[in-house]
Design a protein around this ligand. Structure first.
Ligand code: NA7
Length: 545
């Protein structure tokens, strides 16, 4: 429906809800609000298709670190039964095909507006509505505004001197060209060795003529033990999907693994080595969950795992001088995002791959012909920036979001994100953030966290409507207590001992605040359920209109 406008104004659409983003969050939010509640929903998506993270991150080797059978929606049993995964750790094209299938199956595209970015969202107190502006010049007004904008969607390329003078091709892993990049016969620089670097480096190395990897921080990486999905295993999983998902929902990290309750101190050195070895052979996050329970919380436990991985790196990399550079010594295991790799360390045995240690020779500038460090020039044809994201708060900062009284979200969050449950912000009524800062989000298997949040948002809106209410926002005291709680939970963890994007440390000038909720999915879910059972404790619900 369009409201009357002055002749020189673009027409204003009036809807019940605007959902920003059409990745996992936006797709399911659309389904819940539109199809199960009958609301008029406008979904605004910057990309030309659905998929979010998996639409943008098309770099070579891009794949999920969660096993495929648990990296999907669980809201529809038929959907779970009919989709067959082919890869153990699903690759980007397969995840994108899956999300595209979901969009088709539930006819979700018909109210998604693609190639459109939300530029601003202002809360109109008198009308109790959000006014949303897009880069297509539209204005959409809504009662509820829901962000499904991803935690890692604002890519960042460091402001290296001379960056714009480079005469070759340059790409960020999170905004990869859809037609792909041909590295054949090319000299390539990859800057960054986080998940994106660790996944793409082995694949690029196989194609490129020369590959120079610019590493600032050496990384702990665990082999994925990737493979194709065994049909018999998939059939077994499908028979047991309800139990598997229930276990994942009520777990620490959103994975249906049995978590061992065993301290590193409960066994002798020989037995400990055997257990680490077995978990290493299983690969992936099982190395963390299936070995010892105190790797995350004990410096000594983390150091034992670190030493094990350092030995593996030295065994794998033939040149001891290169191995020395690859062995992480400046941060504990588990303090940064645990990396899962396929042939990452092996790649440094290739004659066409050179590791450049930026700690020993800092990056000085980008030149028209390549990368200059303090030790010399590396001339290349292509630069791949695997330099990460302005995580969690970055996607919000790209929009001009203003709450009651015109307060800007970026100002409110100047010293770090303030939220209640990582879901809502005091002073920003009827704005819901799916997997916002202060929720488990990136510390979990994301679809599990997303479904929990989307259900919570949908049920909350239904609750308001059933009671004739139309406004909800957190009580500022509840928000303050939640932020303190999130900080307290992070304090004893290894996460506080490294410069990571969890802490905003990868962005110059960003406040050093641990952003996700470290208490685990199960504890968080219990807390949310209690909040609801206690009549939306910590929220203020009212009727304005
Ligand atoms: P990450 O994990 O933030 O990794 C970025 C990498 O880029 C990391 O190695 C950084 O080194 C490096 N980096 C960043 N800035 C610079 C500068 N200025 N100079 C040199 N090197 C730099 O991003 P990813 O895309 O790999 O992964 C993001 C998440 O996506 C991942 O955790 C998964 O959840 C999926 P640093 O370690 O900061 O020294």
């Amino acid at each position: 429906m369009s409201a009357p406008t002055a002749p020189d104004e673009a027409p204003t659409r009036e809807v019940d809800a605007v959902v920003i983003g059409a990745g996992f969050s936006g797709l399911y939010m659309n389904y819940r609000l539109r199809d199960t509640m009958g609301l008029d929903v406008a979904v605004i998506e910057a990309g030309s298709g659905v998929g979010g993270t998996w639409y943008w991150n098309r770099y070579p080797g891009a794949r999920c670190d969660s096993e495929s059978y648990m990296y999907c929606f669980a809201f529809d049993k038929d959907l779970m039964q009919e989709w067959d995964w082919s890869s153990k750790y699903p690759e980007q094209p397969e995840i994108l095909r899956y999300l595209s299938h979901v969009a088709d199956r539930f006819d979700l595209r018909r109210n998604i507006q693609f190639d459109t970015r939300v530029t601003a969202a202002h809360f109109d107190e008198d009308a109790n509505r959000w006014t949303v502006k897009t880069d297509q010049g539209e204005t959409i007004r809504c009662s509820y505004l829901i962000t499904g904008i991803g935690c890692l969607s604002a890519g960042q390329i460091p402001n290296f001197p001379g960056r714009d003078t480079f005469g070759g091709e340059a790409y960020h892993t999170g905004a990869w060209p859809h037609e792909g990049v041909d590295f054949t016969g090319k000299r390539v620089a990859v800057i960054g060795t986080g998940s994106s670097g660790v996944q793409s480096i082995p694949v690029i190395a196989k194609q490129a003529d020369r590959l120079f990897v610019f590493q600032r921080t050496a990384q702990y990486a665990i082999p994925a033990r990737h493979g194709t999905v065994d049909r018999a295993v998939l059939d077994e999983v499908k028979l047991d999907y309800d139990a598997i998902y229930d276990k994942a929902r009520w777990s620490l990290g959103g994975f249906p693994y049995d978590i061992v309750d065993r301290s590193v101190y409960s066994v002798d050195d020989e037995e400990r080595e055997k257990i680490f070895e077995q978990a290493w052979q299983e690969g992936g996050f099982r190395f963390v969950f299936n070995s010892f329970s105190d790797l995350r919380l004990s410096v000594e436990g983390s150091e034992m795992a670190a030493e094990f991985i350092r030995r593996k790196i030295r065994e794998t990399v033939h040149d001891p001088a290169v191995a020395d550079k690859l062995v992480p010594t400046d941060h504990p295991f588990g303090s940064k995002r645990t990396l899962i790799d396929t042939d990452y360390f092996e790649t440094y045995n290739r004659p066409n791959v050179t590791l450049v240690d930026l700690k020993a020779e800092p990056l000085a500038e980008i030149t028209p012909t390549g990368v200059r460090t303090e030790a010399g020039d590396y001339d290349v044809d292509i630069i791949v920036y695997a330099t990460g994201f302005d995580a969690m708060t970055g996607p919000f900062a790209r929009m001009d979001i203003r709450g009651a009284g015109g307060e800007r979200l970026v100002d409110k969050w100047a010293a770090g994100p303030l939220t209640y449950l990582g879901l809502m912000v005091a002073g920003f009524p009827n704005l819901f953030m799916v997997t916002g800062p202060g929720s488990p989000s990136v510390l979990t298997n994301m679809p599990i966290a997303i479904e929990q949040h989307v259900d919570l948002v949908a049920n909350t809106i239904a609750h308001l409507s059933q009671r004739g209410l139309d406004r909800i926002e957190p009580d500022p005291a509840a928000e303050t207590a939640w932020v303190e709680h999130v900080n307290e939970l992070a304090k004893p963890t290894m996460f506080m001992h490294a410069n990571s994007w969890y802490l905003g440390a990868n962005i110059p000038g960003k406040p050093r605040v641990f952003m996700p909720y470290a208490g685990g999915m199960s504890t968080y879910r219990t807390r949310c359920n209690e909040v609801v059972a206690n009549g939306y404790e910590g929220f203020v619900l009212s009727k304005v209109g």
